[in-house]
Design a protein around this ligand. Structure first.
Ligand SMILES: Cc1cc2nc3c(=O)[nH]c(=O)nc-3n(C[C@H](O)[C@H](O)[C@H](O)COP(=O)(O)O)c2cc1C
Length: 199
C-alpha cells in the first residue's frame, strides 16, 4: 500500500479488540520512530510515556473523559508530554544538545516571554503525534489521538513534574464493529479546492 492509500485508509479507532496483542517489536519500533521526530532547531522538548501495564492504564483511563473505554481496551497508551519546568529543561539542553543548538535555544528563550516559549515547545510535540499516527497505520495498527485527558491527574499518576502531558495516543487493533472504520464512516474533510492554493 502506498502512503496515499495508507492515509486514505487510516481512521480514528473508537473501539478496540481487547484480546489482540501488539507484537512487542512494533511497540519498540514506534519508540524509535517517535525519537526520530523532527522539531524546530532539533530542540526535542518531549517525553513519550509508553504504558502497557493494565493497572496503570486503567488509572489513566479513569481520568480521560470520554476516552475511558478506548484506553482500557487498547493494548498500548502513549502519552506525549512537553517540557514544562523550564529550569529542568535547561539542564536537558545543556547536557544533551550540541553547542550550536544550545546557543540557538538560549537566544530564542531570551527573546520571548516564558508563556510563549512554552507554547512553542508544545507545538513541537504535536509533530510527533502526526508521525505516531502515520507510523501506527503503516505497521497495521489502529490508533486514537486524544486531547481528552486530565493533564494534572496524569502527572500525579505518572509522578511527573518536569514535563506536562498534552495528549495521548491509544494504539491497538480496532474492533470489527467499530462504526468509525472507513467502510462504515467515510472520511470527512473540507474540499481540496478550499484548502490547497496552487500558485
Ligand atoms: C490533536 C487531536 C486530538 C484528538 N482528541 C480526540 C479525543 O480526545 N478523543 C477521540 O475520540 N478522538 C480525538 N481525536 C480524533 C479526531 O476527532 C479525528 O482525528 C478527526 O475527527 C478526523 O477523523 P479521522 O482521524 O478518523 O480521519 C483527536 C485528534 C487530534 C488530531
Amino acid at each position: 500500500m502506498n502512503i496515499l492509500e495508507l492515509i486514505q485508509k487510516r481512521y480514528t479507532a473508537k473501539k478496540y479488540n481487547p484480546h489482540k496483542e501488539i507484537p512487542q517489536e512494533k511497540v519498540e519500533a514506534l519508540k524509535e520512530i517517535l525519537r526520530l521526530t523532527p522539531s524546530s532547531i532539533n530542540i526535542q522538548p518531549w517525553k513519550f510515556t509508553f504504558v502497557q501495564n493494565p493497572e496503570i492504564k486503567e488509572k489513566l483511563a479513569a481520568v480521560s473523559m470520554h476516552n475511558k473505554e478506548k484506553i482500557n481496551q487498547a493494548k498500548l497508551l502513549v502519552i506525549f508530554s512537553a517540557a514544562d519546568d523550564l529550569d529542568a529543561f535547561q539542564k536537558v539542553v545543556d547536557t544533551e544538545l550540541p553547542q550550536a543548538r544550545r546557543d540557538w535555544y538560549n537566544q530564542i528563550k531570551a527573546s520571548m516571554p516564558e508563556a510563549d516559549l512554552k507554547i512553542w515547545l508544545s507545538k513541537q510535540v504535536y509533530i510527533a503525534l502526526g508521525v505516531g499516527l502515520t507510523a501506527s497505520a503503516s505497521m497495521g495498527l489502529d490508533s486514537t489521538a486524544m486531547e481528552g485527558i486530565e493533564s494534572d491527574k496524569y502527572m500525579e499518576i505518572l509522578d511527573m513534574s518536569a514535563y506536562r502531558p498534552l495528549f495521548a495516543m491509544a494504539v491497538g487493533y480496532g474492533s470489527e464493529d467499530d462504526v468509525n472504520q472507513i467502510h462504515f464512516t467515510p472520511k470527512s474533510r473540507r474540499s481540496i479546492e478550499n484548502i490547497i492554493e496552487t500558485i
